[in-house]
Design a protein around this ligand. Structure first.
Ligand SMILES: Nc1ncnc2c1ncn2[C@@H]1O[C@H](COP(=O)(O)OP(=O)(O)OP(=O)(O)O)[C@@H](O)[C@H]1O
Ligand SMILES: [Mg+2]
Length: 353
């Protein structure tokens, strides 16, 4: 589905037009809204961090502005990777994605990490200064958790140590004798962190303010939902590593309503994709609202976020895609329920029924 180039992101170029005008946090959020449903808090956190990163002066009145790497946490299939890929296409800074799972499986971790920086340099068109202000997204970071009883040298923990080298801002030597200073590179890490919510729940500390006001309750809930560095240590991130990810953006579990919107609203939604596909065969596809609710209900039960939507949708649409090429007289296909056959309408006049 995603091409490699989409995954890698592009340094501005053809897609820069998507984010025109001043690059303010709200403009970034508006752009993200076109592709990612919900997750407003995470979008805002990411937008502010990226905005600060892009306009950061070297020093302001002698005050060193430290960079704020970000950790994206949330259940599987809720849009973490999608959000970063979307962001990478919009920004005019070099942006690369790396996968922690493959780092953990590699025998040559340091070489792989160096390769990430080389890709960043490549995205920057070979301009070291530009690469030094780039963004690196490391996905599936939770796969690097330290496992008790596993020797450190062969575990994710050793990868965490290797990554520290580039995250703490030391100059890193690249092939060909060049150096890249990583102090201004923004790191975004993402992961599902399965089991973290249990750790966080058991370490709640803000239970003592008794209040009837809902506003205060909201603040309290927010504080309680906050993921503390100690929770991350307990999960298996080493302190030095967790300490370099000061900002945590949490993704919410998708509700049924969000699942419905995901199928219909985004620019590249499944419904739009299949409508376009049938349009190219001269057929209008019309799926009625209850169908999306039925699909969302099933997907909700599968508990893999939005991931199962496509599978269910494709299963429903396959008989239509199979039949349409043999029936050139069909003008419209109407699906009224997931549990009923699709209706093939030949004459456009009777289609409204
Ligand atoms: N909030 C969302 N808005 C729109 N589409 C979404 C959203 N969340 C998930 N999707 C859809 O589900 C797919 C999987 O989402 P994504 O890869 O971002 O999950 P993830 O949060 O990175 O999960 P994991 O932790 O398993 O990597 C996306 O390609 C997209 O089609
Ligand atoms: Mg992901």
């Amino acid at each position: 589905m995603d091409t490699d180039s989409a995954k890698e992101g592009r340094a501005g170029g053809a897609n820069a037009g998507a984010l025109t005008g001043a690059l303010t946090p709200s403009a970034i959020v508006r752009y993200l809204d076109q592709h990612v449903v919900g997750q407003d808090a995470a979008k805002k956190t990411l937008a502010v961090a990226v905005y600060s990163h892009c306009r950061k002066p070297a020093t302001a009145d002698g005050v060193e502005i430290a960079k704020s790497n970000i950790l994206l946490i949330g259940p599987t299939g809720t849009g973490k990777t999608l959000l970063c890929e979307t962001l990478s296409r919009a920004l005019d800074v070099p942006f690369v994605t790396a996968d922690a799972t493959s780092l953990a499986q590699s025998k040559y971790v340091n070489e792989e990490i160096e390769a990430i920086l080389l890709r960043l340099l490549d995205k920057a068109g070979g301009d070291i200064a530009r690469a030094q202000k780039g963004i690196v997204f490391i996905d599936e970071i939770d796969k690097l958790k330290a496992v008790e009883g596993q020797p450190r040298a062969t575990s994710g923990e050793s990868v965490q140590h290797a990554l520290l080298k580039i995250m703490e801002g030391a100059p890193v030597k690249l092939g060909g004798g060049r150096y890249i200073d990583t102090s201004d590179i923004l790191f975004i890490c993402g992961g599902a962190f399965v089991g973290l919510e249990k750790i966080t729940a058991s370490s709640h500390t803000f239970g003592f303010i008794s209040t009837g006001q809902s506003e205060n309750q909201k603040i309290l809930d927010r504080l309680n939902a906050r993921i503390k560095p100690t929770d991350l240590f307990e999960f298996g991130l080493i302190p030095e590593f967790a300490g370099r990810l000061p900002i945590v953006a949490s993704f919410e579990k998708l509700t049924r309503e969000m699942l419905v919107r995901i199928m219909v609203v985004p620019k590249n939604s499944i419904y739009r994709q299949f409508r376009e596909r049938l349009k190219s065969e001269g057929v209008e596809l019309r799926i009625e609202p209850p169908v999306f609710e039925q699909i969302a209900e099933l997907a909700f039960e599968y508990k893999v976020g939005a991931r199962s939507l496509r599978g269910i949708f494709e299963e429903m649409i396959t008989p239509v895609l199979y039949a349409v090429p043999d029936r050139p007289e069909v003008r419209r296909v109407v699906i009224r329920s997931l549990f009923e056959e699709a209706v093939f309408v030949v004459d456009a006049d009777q289609a409204g029924a």
